[in-house]
Design a protein around this ligand. Structure first.
Ligand code: SF4
Length: 133
């Protein structure tokens, strides 16, 4: 099976092609070794930063993200767990708002600051589906 993707390790954005033959992954298009490591991870164990929203106890939504990457196949498991929580105000950007488990523990942090129910949260809700591509 052939895979084509862009290496996101550095701004060079090399267009990588990866193919497996006899159990060995060959990678082309990379300008450095880090591209090979990226391709191996992307083919065998893809990971993403999860961005989504959680409910606030006062109503409304708080943008959140995972602290670090999580396995792509675990994203929906985490999102389902986050549907059952509601975060109390005030919240500062970077505060841990939940610890969930999806194979491994995942720390979810606030991606914005919210002090009161009447204070608008800046930014827009992240596109969850974009994470899953
Ligand atoms: S392959 Fe190397 S040079 Fe190219 S984007 Fe990845 S890290 Fe950067």
């Amino acid at each position: 099976m052939k895979h084509e993707f862009v290496c996101t390790v550095c701004p060079n954005s090399c267009e990588l092609k990866a193919g497996e033959h006899d159990g060995v992954l060959s990678v082309t298009g990379n300008k450095c070794k880090r591209g090979i490591e990226f391709a191996m991870l992307e083919v065998y164990d893809p990971q993403r930063i999860l961005t989504t929203t959680v409910k606030l106890t006062t109503g409304g939504l708080l943008p959140v993200r995972s602290q670090g990457t999580v396995k792509k196949r675990e994203l929906w498991t985490i999102i389902r767990q986050l549907k059952s929580i509601a975060v109390e105000l005030p919240v500062e950007i970077g505060d841990v708002v939940a610890n969930v488990t999806a194979g491994t523990p995942v720390c979810i942090v606030a991606a914005d600051t919210a002090h009161s129910a009447s204070e608008p949260i800046s930014g827009s809700a992240p596109d969850v589906k974009k994470n899953l591509k």
